[in-house]
Write a protein that binds this ligand. Structure first.
Ligand SMILES: [Zn+2]
Length: 274
């Protein structure tokens, strides 16, 4: 598709209304370096329904999903899909809830590969009345472990996951915190903030820096066109471009500028620096 692509709604009962492209969990886990910009669908049993993490207007929920072979994957459901997830989940009470996440993307979180929804593009379906779900259910119907592990609706089942110890702060708090740190020399920390990216700008005029291909630290360009890495104590013939730029983000408490590094940028825009 490009800017000239014209789209028409197809109203043909023969044309399948829902076409899925399910990706096996194992394939997702082994495709860390694969094309991060492609979408796919997943199907599985909700084995841990997660808990809503909330900050200002932004919410997310992290759900553990198991495939029929008990391979597990974590799915981060972002703000625009949380409401749909929760309402369908409450209707699924007393069942083995089978979830389809349509149009999700792989994401790497603390070194673990999972999937996440992607704005309004993604769609959540729990116990949908479609063949794919019926077939999945029939494949696991003799597997009692799914019955045992699942009790949607019971608060005790809200298994603690990654986000439980997450220190989510409003931007206003972080700005105060920075002031506090510089005033009192307190220890630095890592915090999660939720915000809307208002604009992006180069960092000191550059969108990227030249990095050592071995250690990814910044290299100096030498007179003989070689690249010097002071960390590796070595000269290289080539260097790699790595993104580094500033994102200005806002939430309803404040605004902040955040320096984004290559890994985050690649995840955000789905493209590599070269
Ligand atoms: Zn190096």
């Amino acid at each position: 598709m490009n800017y000239r692509t014209e789209m028409y709604e197809v109203r043909d009962t023969e044309f399948p209304a829902m076409v899925f492209s399910f990706k096996p969990f194992g394939e997702i886990a082994s495709s860390e370096n694969a094309d991060q910009s492609s979408f796919f669908d997943i199907i599985g049993v909700i084995t841990s329904p997660g808990r809503v993490v909330k900050q200002s207007r932004y919410r997310l929920i992290e759900v553990e999903i198991s495939d029929e072979h008990h391979n597990k994957i974590l799915c981060t459901i972002w703000d625009s899909n949380v409401e749909s997830y929760l309402s369908q989940l409450s209707k699924a009470e007393g069942t083995v809830p089978i979830i389809i996440v349509q149009f999700c993307k792989p994401n790497v979180f603390r070194g673990e590969i999972g999937v996440s929804t992607h704005y309004q593009a993604s769609k959540i379906l729990i116990n949908a009345d479609i063949d794919e779900v019926k077939e999945f259910r029939s494949r696991i119907k003799h597997d009692d472990t799914f019955l045992e592990t699942i009790s949607v609706g019971q608060p005790g089942m809200m298994v603690n996951r990654e986000f439980d110890d997450l220190d989510v702060k409003a931007l206003g708090d972080v700005v105060c915190l920075e002031q506090f740190i510089s005033d009192f020399g307190q220890q630095d920390g890592s915090y999660w903030v939720f915000g809307k990216v208002e604009s992006i700008e180069p960092h000191f005029g550059e969108w990227y820096y030249l990095a050592c291909k071995t250690c990814v630290k910044k290299v100096r360009i030498l007179d003989d066109k070689k690249f010097r890495c002071d960390f590796c104590i070595k000269n290289f013939d080539v260097a790699v471009k790595r993104f580094r730029f500033v994102a200005n983000i806002v939430d309803d408490s404040s605004n902040a500028s955040i320096l984004l590094w290559d890994r985050e940028v690649v995840q955000l825009i789905g493209k590599k620096g070269e």
